[in-house]
Design a protein around this ligand. Structure first.
Ligand SMILES: NC(=O)c1ccc[n+]([C@@H]2O[C@H](COP(=O)([O-])OP(=O)(O)OC[C@H]3O[C@@H](n4cnc5c(N)ncnc54)[C@H](O)[C@@H]3O)[C@@H](O)[C@H]2O)c1
Length: 352
């Protein structure tokens, strides 16, 4: 198969996990993947072509080293050999959250011409890994993807794929677009939705529910800033509400940053409802995960799905991939549907 030429914006924890995963899955152990072969593509078909960041500890380094810069919290689980991709300086804009201003030093070099670098490196797909709330910067990089003729994967909660104007712009540029806010492999949102879906299917009336988490990843610190946290909370709330066919009071989001937890996250779920004859039921669950690798398995599928769209010349938002892989897709579908749709998409039975 031809290589899938992928560039990344934001060499943070999720990027580190993806790069480490692509490197380790070359060695033949496929634990943790739903698809080793996705429409003919393997994880080892992914080739990193360019990388952009603004952190002085990352810019100028090879991507294989920059992912282990001390400002990242996800630990080294694999050695990654030299990739020959130097992290280049991007545009800062609203990339640095209030609580990170003392922790991240912006590199002093001038920004590169991102769209030109994407073209030069023959990048096919640009992945946006910017922090939550970097709305301006995310839109700016989406613009660079269009200029350079690249498909765009938005792992962040900024509304791009779910925004009609952007969807039309990518369609007109004949480029695939997917997003928004990557759905974790076994994260709080998918688990919460699955439990609520089960309760609804069993006739239980759900009265109230919350999903609160604490974590030590940079992203937990970023979302402590109210405006940035609100973006994430709303995406999560909306995603959870989709599992219940009537309005329910839902609270979801990060409540605190705990430095010593590093890249781990503890999520606490509480559901209150009533079953036969108004009998109360309460569910209280804790989920403990490492954050960054939770995004990577689904992302590996999405990258390969976007490559299939490029091969098949299918453009605009790829609804199946958006519904399968993201919390805020342009068109949400029930979980049971997305599985079926994904298989049909891979087989080429549905276009998008
Ligand atoms: N499992 C998960 O961790 C998960 C799940 C769902 C969504 N997401 C989303 O993925 C995104 C990335 O998460 P993360 O944990 O890797 O974040 P992170 O904070 O570890 O990494 C963000 C990176 O972006 C860089 N950056 C900031 N401004 C920039 C700019 N203007 N140009 C270029 N680089 C810039 C930072 O220096 C940092 O390296 C977030 O938006 C998050 O909401 C993550």
């Amino acid at each position: 198969m031809p290589k899938i030429k992928v560039a990344v914006v934001g060499v943070g924890d999720c990027c580190s996990s993806l790069v480490q995963g692509v490197s380790s899955y070359k060695n033949g152990d496929f634990v943790g993947l739903k698809f080793h072969n996705f429409g003919g593509y393997k994880p080892s078909d992914i080739e990193f072509t360019a990388a952009f960041d603004i952190d002085s500890l990352k810019v100028g380094k090879d991507l294989s080293e920059a992912i282990f810069a001390p400002s990242n919290r996800y630990e080294k689980v694999n050695d990654v050999s030299h990739l020959g991709v130097t992290v280049q300086k991007g545009e800062v804009m609203d990339g640095i959250a209030e609580y990170l201003r003392n922790q991240i030093k912006v590199d002093k070099r001038p920004s590169v011409n991102v769209s030109e670098e994407l073209k030069k490196s023959k990048t096919e797909i640009l992945i946006n890994f910017l922090p939550t709330g970097a709305v301006q910067a995310s839109k700016w990089y989406a613009e660079q993807a269009i200029k350079a003729g690249c498909a765009f994967i938005n792992t962040t909660p900024t509304a791009i794929a779910s925004n009609r104007e952007w969807a039309v712009r990518f369609e007109e540029a004949k480029l695939p677009l997917v997003g928004d806010d990557i759905m974790n492999q076994i994260g709080a949102t998918i688990l919460h939705k699955t439990i609520l879906d089960l309760l609804v299917r069993r006739g239980v009336k759900i009265d109230q529910t919350y999903q609160l988490d604490i974590g030590g990843g940079v992203e937990s610190l970023v979302t402590l800033e109210k405006a940035r946290g609100d973006i994430k909370r709303e995406v999560k709330r909306k995603a959870i509400q989709e599992a219940v066919p009537y309005a329910v009071p839902i609270v979801a989001g990060t409540t605190d940053y705990v430095d010593f937890m590093k890249n781990t996250r503890d999520s606490y779920f509480w559901i209150s409802g009533r079953y036969f004859n108004n009998t109360p039921v309460k569910i209280d669950i804790t989920l403990r995960t490492v954050d960054a690798p939770n995004s990577s398995s689904i992302l590996l599928d999405v990258i390969r799905g976007v490559k299939l769209a490029l091969d098949r010349k299918v453009y605009g938002t790829i609804d199946t991939l958006c519904a399968y892989g993201f919390k805020n897709p342009p068109k949400p579908y029930p979980l049971s549907e997305t599985e079926k749709m994904l298989n049909q998409y891979i087989e080429g039975k549905i276009k998008k």
